[in-house]
Every structure is written in structure tokens, then in C-alpha cells.
Write a protein that binds this ligand. Structure first.
Ligand code: HEC
Ligand code: HEC
Length: 206
């Protein structure tokens, strides 16, 4: 039945119709977009990953890819396909992709485990929620440098500084680069004074 219907359609001047609809739908709008994020890698990926292909190449990757897997994937774009991104951008894009599409928990597994073992105190639990919601641990770990400095190193640097709390709160709020290296930290203007205090206090006690 289907094929006789199709034949019927052809008989009714299908080719003229097809030509007409082709003209109307010549360039379908690109509808696939990357999931938006405050992470700096999002802006870079939006600019640079769409140069050669649809965002669906990213959207259709398997879920739960780790930071290492996304770093390898973005590295492959850079090395095998000559995507115009430098090493710092590879890192930032991979962090964005791992924390947005992948398994953010695998980014800092040791420290996440450490944190959840201290949730007995409710203030620690609040800080953990803040750290999770703001993806702080995509870039920071307690004891090793990731993209940003280890929180323990921040605590050590400010150990004898009486203005440690206000300086660190301002840095979390405003973001910026130059204190620890060239890679910038994004600003977090949405955090309240209380939240900034809790985060700074958490970091400075590491
Ligand atoms: C210079 C061109 C180019 C740019 C820029 C580019 N890609 Fe690709 N990408 C490719 C090619 C070529 C393929 C393989 C296509 C195929 O196999 O059909 C691919 C495939 C992929 C795939 C599918 C899995 C795979 O490995 O084949 C993913 C995911 C992907 N790209 C992610 C990205 C991301 C993230 C960026 C931005 C950092 C990016 N691409 C930028 C050329 C590019
Ligand atoms: C995209 C990566 C990224 C994210 C997300 C991020 N940081 Fe950072 N952070 C950095 C980088 C990079 C630096 C170093 C900046 C510099 O050199 O000045 C930094 C520096 C810091 C410092 C040191 C400040 C100082 O005064 O020396 C603290 C504390 C900090 N971050 C806390 C946080 C907290 C809390 C969050 C979540 C609300 C967060 N970061 C989210 C990358 C990030």
C-alpha cells in the first residue's frame, strides 16, 4: 500500500513539490546549542567548537565522561583536526564540558569524598552545597592545583595576613587573574555576603 501511495504521489507531480520545498528549506537554522554556563570554557566553546561542526557532536557524546576523557576529546580536536585553540583553552573547555555534560564528581573525586565525610556540621554542608552549585571544585581541589590554586595553598599564603578574609571574599566575588597565574577565575557576583564569608572561611581553614 505504501509504495503504491508513493507512486501515486510521484504521479501527481511530486518532483515539482520537492523542488519548491527545497527552495524554502535551503539552509535549516542551526538549532543545536551548547548548554550555557558561567564557566569561562562555555564562551570559548561557543566561539570555537562551532567552526567545523554542529554542537550535536558534543550533545550526543555519552554522559558521565570524566575531565580526563573530555580533555582527551578536546585535545584531539586541537591536534588531529587543527581546531584553533591553545592549551589553556583546551583545559577551560574540558572543565566546562566535564562539569556541564560529564561527571563533575569525577573532577575532584578525592576532595568530594573528603567533603562529604565532614557534613556532620551543618555549616560544612552549606559550604559544600555552595561549592557544588558554583562548580568551585571543577577548578579547585583542597590539596592539589587544578585550574586554580589548592585551597590549602591559599590558606597558607594568607596565614599571617590580617585582611585575609576580606581579600579572599573580594576575589571570589570579583574573580580575576594574576595572583596565582595567568588563568582567570570567573566572578561570582550572585553570592551573598554571608555566602562569601562562609566560602572564604572554609578555604582559609584548609
Ligand atoms: C577544525 C575543525 C574542528 C573544530 C574547530 C572542532 N572540531 Fe570536533 N570534530 C572535527 C572533526 C573532523 C570530527 C570528526 C567528524 C567525523 O568523524 O564525522 C569531529 C568530531 C567531534 C566529536 C565527536 C566524537 C569524535 O571524536 O569524533 C566531538 C565530541 C567533538 N568533535 C567536539 C569538539 C569540541 C568540544 C570542539 C571545540 C573545542 C570541537 N569539536 C572543535 C573537527 C573539528
Ligand atoms: C573556571 C575555574 C574556576 C572556578 C569555577 C572557580 N575558581 Fe577560584 N580560582 C581560579 C583561578 C584560575 C584562580 C587564580 C586566580 C589568580 O591567579 O588571581 C582562583 C583563585 C581562587 C582563590 C584565591 C583567592 C586569592 O585571593 O588568592 C580562592 C579563595 C578561590 N579561587 C575560591 C573559589 C571559590 C570559592 C569558587 C566557587 C564559588 C571558585 N574559586 C571557582 C579558578 C576558578
Amino acid at each position: 500500500l505504501l509504495s503504491s501511495l508513493a507512486l501515486y504521489a510521484v504521479g501527481q507531480g511530486m518532483s515539482a513539490c520537492a523542488a519548491e520545498s527545497l527552495r524554502e528549506i535551503t539552509l535549516p537554522a542551526e538549532t543545536a546549542v551548547l548548554v550555557s554556563s558561567p564557566l569561562p570554557g562555555y564562551a570559548i566553546a561557543t566561539q570555537k567548537c562551532a567552526i567545523c561542526h554542529s554542537a550535536d557532536y558534543i550533545n550526543l557524546q555519552p554522559p558521565h565522561m570524566s575531565l580526563a576523557q573530555w580533555t582527551a576529546e578536546v585535545g584531539k580536536m586541537q591536534h588531529s583536526y587543527a581546531a584553533p585553540i591553545d592549551d589553556a583553552e583546551v583545559k577551560l573547555i574540558a572543565i566546562y564540558l566535564a562539569s556541564t555534560y560529564g561527571d563533575a564528581a569525577t573532577v575532584a573525586p578525592v576532595d568530594t569524598a573528603l567533603l562529604s565525610s565532614t557534613t556532620a556540621a551543618s555549616s560544612e554542608a552549606d559550604v559544600q552545597t555552595l561549592l557544588n552549585h558554583n562548580a568551585c571544585l571543577s577548578c579547585h581541589a583542597l590539596n592539589v592545583k587544578v585550574v586554580g590554586p589548592a585551597y590549602h595553598d591559599v590558606a597558607t599564603r594568607y596565614k599571617d595576613d590580617p585582611q585575609a578574609h576580606s581579600k579572599v571574599e573580594a576575589h571570589i566575588h570579583d574573580g580575576g587573574a594574576g595572583k596565582w597565574g595567568a588563568v582567570p577565575m570567573p566572578p561570582f557576583p550572585g553570592l551573598s555576603t554571608q555566602e562569601l564569608q562562609a566560602l572564604a572561611d572554609f578555604v582559609l581553614r584548609r
